[in-house]
Write a protein that binds this ligand. Structure first.
Ligand code: ZN
Ligand code: ZN
Length: 376
């Protein structure tokens, strides 16, 4: 039985190698440095997990700036990850001063267009003197996110443990669906059990949607009681060292009161299998989406599948690659993605089945292993 607290046996993560992989991308995107503002990306590149930092990566150096709250933590986490970077601790004006000194001589400094704020960019424009000597700020998109989309053995081990903890927790508390709890109470039971099994926390706010509430794909658990006859959608995951799992199961409490949902259940199960089978290196996110969507369309329920098929999972619950219509993201070995078709009937209820899978050399391996048997 997994215990998330004992992580000594997990494969180590190669954090130190990531800066070199990022630098190798600079030429392609036309920059000679990148200012990383996304805290998730800072964590990925350095191991630093605090709530405030900027990371400047240039051809030969890296500079992490943060504030006094993180003086010791920053040093300890970068050391533990064997990351070579200078650390500057200070208030925002001092941080900008350090960035100014470290960017002298740069020609084109990349910013993370999907993350930095308008105000943040303006502060840099005022303060960075290399801009006055022919330098420029350039927009980059998804540079670090692309690196993050392929997981190393240490990252996979953590996502797998997060999935195992969620599996065990659901098996432990599923029987309580018969106890007359509210959706919110059942969600709390599940969250508590994941923490008790050693998860650092939930991967995202747990979704429990019973009966007609199942028609809302992202329903927030309410004080509605779970009753005999409900079909219940449970969408949840746990977190280990920042790495997340994501799984949805749909469960019948007794005999389902809305029999039209039973046909949906079968159709969504078939669709989910079709999507999982479509995964292998070289296919696009759009192709996996089409496998799920075509299956539901053949069953006559295409109109009821109102969202994308899935998403990458890692340090964030939604990350690259996208598994949706129109997604040109190509799945490669080591990518971790979800396949989660669903079908929803307004005012009546819904069905969703989701697994987290890792792309292997020849196909995919499912990390979330809870039974898809819908009977309690
Ligand atoms: Zn989910
Ligand atoms: Zn998901």
């Amino acid at each position: 039985m997994p215990d998330g607290r004992d992580r000594s046996a997990l494969a180590p993560m190669d954090v130190a190698g990531r800066l070199a992989r990022l630098r190798a991308r600079f030429d392609d995107v036309g920059c000679d440095g990148l200012l990383v503002t996304s805290l998730t990306n800072v964590r990925y590149l350095t191991g630093f997990s605090g709530s405030a930092a900027l990371l400047l990566v240039t051809a030969n150096d890296a500079l992490l700036v943060s504030d006094a709250r993180y003086r010791d933590q920053a040093r300890e986490q970068l050391e533990a990850a064997a990351v070579e970077a200078t650390i500057e601790i200070g208030r925002p004006p001092e941080q900008l001063g350090a960035l100014d000194r470290a960017t002298k001589g740069l020609k084109r400094l990349g910013l993370e267009a999907g993350d930095i704020t308008w105000g943040g960019k303006q502060r840099l424009e005022k303060r960075l003197s290399f801009l006055g000597s022919g330098g420029a700020l350039v927009a980059t998109e998804g540079l670090v996110e692309e690196l993050r989309s392929v997981k190393d053995a240490g990252e996979l081990a953590r996502i797998e443990l997060a999935a195992d903890i969620a599996d065990i927790a659901l098996a432990q508390v599923k029987g309580r669906l018969r106890d007359g709890l509210t959706e919110a109470q059942f969600a709390l039971e599940l969250d508590f059990e994941m923490r008790r099994r050693g998860a650092d926390g939930v991967a995202f706010p747990t979704i429990v949607a019973a009966g007609p509430n199942g028609a809302l794909p992202h329903h927030e658990p309410s004080d509605r009681r779970i009753e005999e006859g409900d079909l219940v959608i449970i969408d949840f995951g746990s977190k280990v060292d920042g790495y997340r799992s994501d799984m949805t199961r749909t469960v019948c409490v007794g005999t389902v009161a809305a029999p039209e949902l039973l046909d949906l259940l079968d159709a969504v199960l078939v669709s989910q299998r079709a999507g999982a089978r479509a995964i292998r290196p070289g296919v696009s996110g759009a192709e996996v989406d089409a496998a799920c969507r075509d299956s539901l369309e053949r069953a006559g329920y295409g109109d009821l599948f109102v969202h994308g098929t899935g998403h990458g999972v890692g340090l964030e619950i939604h990350e690259a690659p996208a598994v949706a219509a129109g997604s040109t993201d190509i799945l490669v070995e080591g990518a971790v993605v979800t396949v989660e078709p669903g079908a929803y009937i307004s005012q009546v209820g819904g069905v969703r089945i989701e697994d987290t899978l890792v792309v292997t050399a020849t196909g995919a391996r499912t990390l979330t292993k809870s039974t898809k048997d819908t009977i309690l």
